[in-house]
Design a protein around this ligand. Structure first.
Ligand code: UFG
Length: 331
């Protein structure tokens, strides 16, 4: 059955891709975004849009009621790990307090289904790989901690108020919409793949490799890059599960295939046919050597399948976006 879905942070990278998938699946997304990081151009013309801050509980309550919301997806968060170490209060207020405000409005207005963007950063440095959902969660920075705090609040709200939720622990979101309509545009940009494209396009002198002495096959960090459309489809595949009141789910979302920083750079060079200048630097503080997912639980329980299991096609979609939008949405 089609749902009215409030997408908080729906003008951002992952949120906007989810909005697109919701429309393709016949649902009705309603977007809330204060455009501090989101892009108005990423919001489709047919979707209702509210330029509203999560902290404005009165406005959020009105939107929840007037738009007859059935389910909330929440993507609005700060996501710079280093910044969260420097300025933890910013992360506790925006990622934890603002989310609790949102959940309070949901409880008060009777909206009982919630999909949350969590992160592999909740695991900290994993004891073994690949990471499964039942492994201990010991985040090593405030960003991961605030996401874990929300996960725990969701368990309490399930028990007390019958709230049903799914928390998706993302690995490294990457790529761009297949039809070229949406892509990755962060300011500042800190993520590896867009930075390598900027170096390939001559927008920056080089790409820095942060650490070449890790205990990994080529000495650089291993990560699990998953296509943003594959991530998005899981958010919709979980809808049936959320019909059961008071149910709480946690799923890893990754491809399960690790790629090193060097492999990412090599693949970008291959895809765009340009040489990327590289400078080897020291390790970046707080980077675990290797993070990759066992996403078997999401596959088994949600019938979710990867449409982009390999890195190269993911990078091809990203390349089309960066080539056609060298200045992002501002073009
Ligand atoms: N890297 C470089 N050079 C750069 C940028 C990144 O070598 O200029 C390396 C990083 O050291 C890391 C890999 O590329 O090994 C990926 O880095 P990203 O910054 O793209 O992504 P992260 O793995 O650090 O971060 C992602 C999400 C975060 C999440 C984190 C969990 O973007 O939201 O995983 O560890 F918190």
């Amino acid at each position: 059955m089609a749902k009215n879905v409030l997408v908080v942070g729906g003008a951002g990278y992952i949120g906007s891709h989810c909005v697109r998938q919701l429309i393709l699946s016949g649902h009705r997304p309603v977007i809330v975004d204060n455009l501090s990081f989101g892009h108005r151009q990423a919001v489709p013309a047919e979707a209702p849009f509210h330029n509203c801050d999560l902290g404005d509980t009165e406005a959020m309550r009105a939107i929840m009621e007037n738009e007859r919301i059935d389910l909330v997806m929440h993507f609005a968060a700060f996501a710079y790990v280093g910044e969260s170490v420097e300025n933890p209060l910013k992360y506790y207020f925006n990622n934890l307090v603002a989310t609790l405000n949102l959940l309070k409005v949901m409880v008060e207005t009777g909206v009982r289904q919630f999909v949350f963007s969590s992160t592999c950063a909740t695991y900290g440095i994993p004891a073994s790989l690949p990471i499964t959902e039942d492994m201990p969660q010991h985040p090593i920075n405030p960003y991961g901690q605030t996401k874990l705090d929300v996960e725990n609040a969701l368990k309490a709200l399930a028990h007390a108020h019958g709230l049903s939720s799914a928390s998706f622990r993302y690995f490294n979101a990457a790529g761009a919409a297949e039809d070229g309509s949406l892509g990755e545009d962060h300011n500042p940009e800190t993520h590896l793949i867009p930075l390598v494209f900027q170096a390939a396009l001559g927008q920056r002198d080089h790409i820095s490799i942060f650490g070449t002495d890790y205990e990994t096959p080529d000495g650089t960090c291993l990560r699990d890059y998953i296509h943003v459309d594959d991530l998005s489809r899981a958010h919709i595949a979980v809808f049936d599960k959320l019909e059961t009141p008071g149910s709480t789910y946690f799923y890893n979302l990754g491809t399960g295939t690790p790629a090193s920083v060097r492999e990412v750079i090599d693949t970008v060079e291959k895809v765009c046919g340009k040489k990327v200048p590289v400078v080897e630097e020291g390790r970046r503080a707080g980077d675990p050597p290797a993070l990759y997912a066992d996403s078997g639980k999401a596959k088994r329980e949600l019938g979710w399948e990867l449409q982009y299991p390999d890195l190269e096609p993911i990078i091809e979609t990203a390349w089309r976006w960066h080539r056609d939008h060298p200045s992002g949405y501002a073009k």
